[in-house]
Design a protein around this ligand. Structure first.
Ligand SMILES: Cc1cc2nc3c(=O)[nH]c(=O)nc-3n(C[C@H](O)[C@H](O)[C@H](O)COP(=O)(O)O)c2cc1C
Length: 192
């Protein structure tokens, strides 16, 4: 994929994956993409924990909640659909207490770098942060922002233009592909 707009349009959230490993080379590129992201005051308060070992991926997965708009039997990945990799995003509060924007930018870079190689992702905010923080051995000054799941998707996901005041909730179509309503540009932009 070499067209940026195509990459942005097709880089959606994926929630069911093939049980195929993401190579070390692609993982390194995903992490480099995070490293290259912008940072307020260039303080660079973020660090990353990689979870690749199947047993540990399963342990982390147990603490995650997927597709809140769907009943669990539809949205929660089944055993054979789970991601093969997680990257946990950690904020060092001693460096910067207000660095959610940094985290968002780093996550965006990672998901795009992954998708550039056909690796899909799902940002997981709905996870058991106290338990995962303990599992990862985080210190007082470290805050778990989110975990990002990666893997080769086994479904499609596409955008549908949303009517003004329409329903924001994504849903599954007849092929169990995700349909993601997005507001139209004219409903979001004004010129001053
Ligand atoms: C900050 C943030 C937290 C999210 N947390 C979750 C989550 O816990 N579980 C999940 O299944 N999806 C999660 N998502 C994915 C969103 O549901 C998804 O981005 C949204 O439905 C739009 O789909 P799209 O990414 O394909 O545009 C999260 C996304 C963001 C940006």
């Amino acid at each position: 994929m070499n067209n940026l707009m195509e990459l942005l349009e097709t880089r959606r959230t994926y929630r069911r994956f093939e049980q195929k490993e993401v190579s070390r080379e692609i993982l390194d590129e995903i992490l480099q993409a995070a490293r290259l992201s912008s940072s307020g005051r260039n303080a660079q308060p973020l660090s990353y924990i990689v979870i690749r070992d199947k047993e540990k991926v399963d342990q982390v997965f147990e603490q995650t909640r997927w597709a809140g708009y769907l009943p669990p039997e539809q949205g929660q990945p089944k055993e054979e659909e789970r991601p093969v990799l997680f990257v946990a995003v950690i904020q060092n509060l001693d460096i910067n207490k207000e660095c959610d924007t940094d985290a968002g930018l780093a996550i965006s870079n990672m998901t795009l770098a992954a998708w550039n190689h056909g690796v899909g992702s799902c940002i997981i905010g709905a996870c058991n942060k106290p338990l995962l923080s303990e599992m990862f051995g985080l210190k007082e000054s470290q805050k778990l922002h989110s975990v990002v799941a990666f893997g080769y998707p086994s479904h499609k996901s596409y955008i549908q233009p949303m009517e003004k005041d329409g329903d924001i909730r994504y849903y599954l179509d007849e092929n169990r592909d995700y349909v993601v309503p997005k507001r139209k540009l004219e409903d979001m932009v004004s010129y001053f």
